[in-house]
Design a protein around this ligand. Structure first.
Ligand code: DAK
Length: 260
């Protein structure tokens, strides 16, 4: 697929998707979402891609939300389609069998906060701003915000943000557990790449099992979740990387994982 609204680069096993509509602060219209879904599918299927970073172009915005000019005149049926496309795409990111990092370089409002929450790790620039301002548009979040935000920060703070249309800066996002790290704008991508590299060098099947166990165990009762973990963990013993990891430890050397 030819991309007009995103940039998609792969270098040394690390893919970077850059939302690239800086004049509209990288707002997500359906064309951009379709391109994101396509690029995410490539990342999922291509075994040479080991980790994925999402970021925004320009120095002002990650994603300033769903595109309000496209949404304003939608009929309920088209609104449903637009929302479904967003939910499907974000679920694809969340279920990606390899790690994803959002490098949030500015405004991440509405759909922008929602996209970042579908990633595994969030690094924010000091200039980042988060929020779910949909209520001010007569809407509620439609791409998982009412579900993922309370899971990440707790129900009380999620309600403050969603019901009050409250915007929060990077430091507060860090304090409530919405982001993993706050970084100066100049080092944001460098740090995201460094962490992506670290993850890309981990044994891939083991990473996949860890993510699977966390994602699908989270909403289960503890007994069932522990059983899921048991199965995921024992599967790791089928890999050469598990043998190598333990052998290397006992031989006091660094493991040489081969991804099998
Ligand atoms: N959509 C479209 N254009 C946007 C935009 C957006 N979300 N955000 C910014 N822009 C455009 C502005 O219109 C402006 O365009 P021009 O006037 O230059 O043509 C340009 O980007 C620069 O923006 P500003 O001039 O406003 O820049 P400022 O620095 O003054 O302000 C701002 C930056 C981020 C505070 C402000 O632009 C802003 O408040 N933007 C809107 C933020 C927002 O409300 N985001 C949430 C969108 S709602 C659903 C599906 C999805 C969703 C819900 C339901 N269903 C179908 C049921 C999700 C909803 C959302 O994400």
């Amino acid at each position: 697929m030819e991309y007009k609204n995103i940039l998609f680069n792969v270098e040394d096993g690390i893919a970077v998707i850059t939302f690239n509509r800086p004049k509209a602060l990288n707002a997500m219209n359906s064309e951009t979402l379709t391109e994101l879904r396509d690029a995410a599918t490539v990342c999922k299927k291509d075994d040479s891609i080991k980790a994925l970073i999402l970021t925004g172009s320009g120095d002002k915005a990650f994603v300033a939300g769903a595109d309000i000019s496209e949404m304003q005149s939608l009929c309920p049926m088209d609104a449903h389609k637009f929302m479904e496309l967003g939910q499907e795409t974000l679920r694809l990111l969340e279920e990606m069998p390899k790690p994803t990092i959002a490098a949030i370089n500015g405004f991440a409002l509405g759909g922008g906060t929602e996209i970042s929450m579908a990633c595994d790790i969030r690094f924010a620039s000091e200039t980042a701003v988060f929020g779910q301002p949909e209520i001010l548009l007569g809407l509620i979040p439609g791409w998982g915000g009412t579900q993922r935000l309370p899971r990440l920060v707790g129900m009380g703070i999620a309600k403050e943000i969603i019901l009050g249309g409250v915007q929060i800066k990077a430091q507060r996002a860090y304090e409530i557990g919405l982001v993993n790290k706050v970084l100066p704008p100049a080092t944001l991508m460098e740090e995201a790449r460094k962490f992506a590299r670290k993850l890309a060098d981990m044994p891939p099947f083991t990473l996949k099992m860890a993510k699977y166990s966390i994602n699908y165990g989270y909403d289960l009762a503890l007994d069932n979740a522990n059983k899921l973990e048991l199965e995921c963990c024992s599967q790791c013993f089928s890999t050469q990387d598990q043998k190598e990891g333990m052998k290397a430890f006992l031989e006091k050397r660094k493991p040489n994982f081969i991804g099998r």
